[in-house]
Design a protein around this ligand. Structure first.
Ligand code: ZN
Length: 258
């Protein structure tokens, strides 16, 4: 199964048996500027792993627009470099950089995704209104596609964004949180998203699904989220695997979807 978002170079996973011996296919997501070289190296070493370059809002205070753009420009020829992100807004914790700083850094990465013709991976937590506002204001810079990773908003909010960004390829990825009883409202969100715009992810090592909740998440656990999505959409797990893998390939332009 193709995992559209993981962090296998995280200290909790890089020496974990699931990573050392495991078979996995997916996208290693850049979130911290300092870690980007090791992320690109990891993708280079693993045949079925691709990578992105991004700075998560938690690191917005350390963001250097010039250094980040130089990194992107210098790696454009690396064929496994598939997207800009994760970037976005996170208002969940009070110890994170200011909203103004997060928005500035988010805007700059949107600009680079357009400039270097890469799709954009968005992180948004407890920041729905500002996220929607920034994306809608930058609609003309999203022509390469946009993915809301770990989608955690309601069906109405998803529908609003899809409508406001009409003409743009807007994708949504779901992970272990769809198995949590407190997030059951996300099942309605899944149902309003067009079938060609839904992705699966683990966000490993974070967000392990039920029945592994609380453990370090690993790529293999994507099957629990796939099962939940299959139940919600009244499909088989095999159908969900084919659907979400093709959607991920299309979004990341990895190969032509069937
Ligand atoms: Zn992530």
């Amino acid at each position: 199964m193709f995992d559209s978002h993981f962090h296998l170079t995280d200290a909790r996973l890089i020496t974990h048996p699931a990573v050392l011996q495991g078979e996995f296919a997916g996208v290693e997501i850049g979130a911290d500027f300092e870690c980007l070289p090791s992320i690109f190296e990891f993708a280079d070493k693993h045949e079925q792993v691709y990578c992105t370059a991004g700075v998560h809002p938690a690191y917005a205070n350390d963001y250097s627009p010039n250094d980040f753009e130089n990194f992107v420009a210098e790696h454009l020829n690396f064929k496994k470099f598939v997207a800009i992100g994760e970037c976005g807004l996170d208002y969940h914790r009070s110890d994170l950089p200011s909203r103004e700083q997060q928005i500035t850094v988010f805007n700059h990465q949107i600009h680079l995704a357009d400039r270097y013709q890469k799709p954009l991976v968005v992180h948004s937590r407890d920041a729905w209104e500002d996220t929607a506002e920034v994306l809608i204001a930058n609609k003309n810079k999203l022509k390469n596609g946009v993915l809301i990773h770990c989608m955690s908003y309601t069906a109405e909010q998803a529908q609003y964004l899809i409508n406001q960004l009409s003409g743009i390829d807007v994708y949504f990825a779901f992970g272990g949180h769809i198995t949590y009883p407190s997030k059951a409202f996300l099942h309605d969100t899944i149902r309003v998203i067009p079938l060609n715009r839904i992705l699966l992810e683990t966000d490993a090592p974070y967000l392990a699904p039920v029945p592994k909740r609380g453990e370090v998440n690993v790529p293999d656990y994507i099957r629990y989220s796939a099962q939940t999505m299959a139940n919600v959409l009244n499909k088989t797990v095999d159908e969900i695997e084919t659907l979400t893998t093709n959607n991920a390939y299309r979004f990341y332009k990895i190969k032509a979807a069937e």
